[in-house]
Design a protein around this ligand. Structure first.
Ligand code: KG4
Ligand code: ZN
Length: 358
């Protein structure tokens, strides 16, 4: 029997819709709301308004792109949490309305579960148990996965998420929001030029937070403060704006900014790899990394080296599938649908939805 699922993602600043036919994505229209760039972060109210105008074109677009008719749908899925309440509400209301009008099931999806299984959509069935590391703008989580719905939290961040750290320190360096990709590009540039050619530069080193051995977590706020103090100390005569202490922007020569960006990336990757090493156990059959910050080429190289050392496969979806998108929602919804797991229309959005059963 042909199974057709529509997946909708509106948890933050990406409006995504995707169609999946028999486990294969046939169309994905995901757009990033660029309007937040000038505010230096996602403005919740503006995000939900933008979702309202973008959602119908995204959904109509995937039907157009794939040649599928709306009455061929078997289920409609949408992210119900975690995320921004107003933003989630747009996707969930749209999905419920469509499901009800077609008299087909609605499936509410936990956004993190979408990230968790995005690798499977790209690489095929994943042997369990595996460790998944989700690193995004809102989350940094290490999870033991034993199967669909069988998740054990190993550890998470005690403060900032990895993407949040990139966005905040990137802003101090003068990058527009979101800053992760720019920091990453600088860091790659550093490896290709300054490091590869052994240029004689004063290296920058930021401290790494140490987490107690049995806690298996991460902490990035100390790094953020270290970057702030470093910039204040070195460039305090060139402060441009002072909207809040983490938004100061300085006149930093390109060459020096590249060195600082690389030092931030090095510190983050060291902390992530140290956390993974601490949690690693020979039972694990692979490492899955996902979430927007997993698009970083620098981090991808370090994770691949970790996997080589442990002689295990590593699964990191393409950057388009690492950042928020409709396809990952359609995929995990498909897994639930074929297991007869659908949601009641009474399911409400939950901005702090958890992946773990208490
Ligand atoms: O998963 P995602 O799209 O949204 C959330 O669920 O939060 O992740 C967004 C985060 C942002 O913080 C952004 O700076 C970061 O992912 N990001 C990157 C790259 N592309 C996006 N970080 C590092 N390197 C990249 N290439
Ligand atoms: Zn996400």
């Amino acid at each position: 029997m042909k199974v057709v699922i529509l997946g909708i993602e509106t948890s933050c600043d990406e409006t995504g819709a995707a169609l999946l036919v028999d486990g294969k994505i046939t169309a994905d229209r995901t757009t990033t709301q660029l309007l937040h760039e000038k505010y230096g972060g996602v403005v919740p109210e503006l995000a939900s308004r933008a979702h309202m105008s973008l959602i119908a074109p995204a959904v109509n677009g995937v039907f157009e792109d794939s040649g599928i008719n709306v009455d061929e749908l078997d289920a409609v899925a949408a992210t119900y949490g975690p995320g921004l309440a107003g933003a989630l509400l747009v996707g969930v209301s749209y999905a419920k309305g469509l499901a009800q009008s077609l008299n087909i099931p609605f499936i509410g999806i936990n956004h993190l579960e979408g990230h968790l299984w995005a690798g499977e959509m790209a690489y095929g069935e994943l042997p369990t148990p595996f460790i998944a590391l989700i690193i995004s703008g809102g989350h940094t989580l290490m999870i033991e996965v034993n199967g669909l719905g069988q998740y054990r939290k190993i550890g998470g961040t005690h403060d900032d998420a990895v993407g949040e750290l990139f966005d905040k320190t990137g802003r101090m360096l003068g990058f527009p929001f979101p800053a992760g990709a720019k920091l990453d590009a600088d860091s790659i540039q550093y490896r290709k030029t300054i490091k590869a050619k052994n240029f004689n530069v004063n290296p920058v080193h930021f401290p790494r937070a140490k987490i107690k051995k049995d806690e298996f977590g991460f902490s990035f706020s100390g790094l953020k403060t270290a970057v702030l103090y470093y910039l204040q100390d070195k460039y305090s005569n060139s402060e441009k704006t002072l909207p809040n202490k983490y938004e100061m922007q300085y006149d930093i020569p390109d060459y020096e900014r590249i060195i600082i960006s690389a030092a931030i990336m090095e510190a983050v990757s060291d902390m992530l790899i140290t956390g993974l090493e601490a949690a690693w156990d020979n039972r694990y059959r692979s490492l899955v990394v996902s979430g927007g910050a997993a698009s970083s080429s620098h981090l991808r190289t370090e994770f691949s080296n970790f996997a080589k050392r442990h002689d295990i496969p590593i699964i990191i979806p393409s950057p388009e599938l690492c950042t928020d998108n409709g396809s990952m929602i359609a995929w995990i919804a498909y897994k639930h649908f074929i297991n007869d797991q659908t949601s009641p229309l009474s399911l409400q959005v939950d901005p702090s939805a958890s992946l773990f059963k208490c």
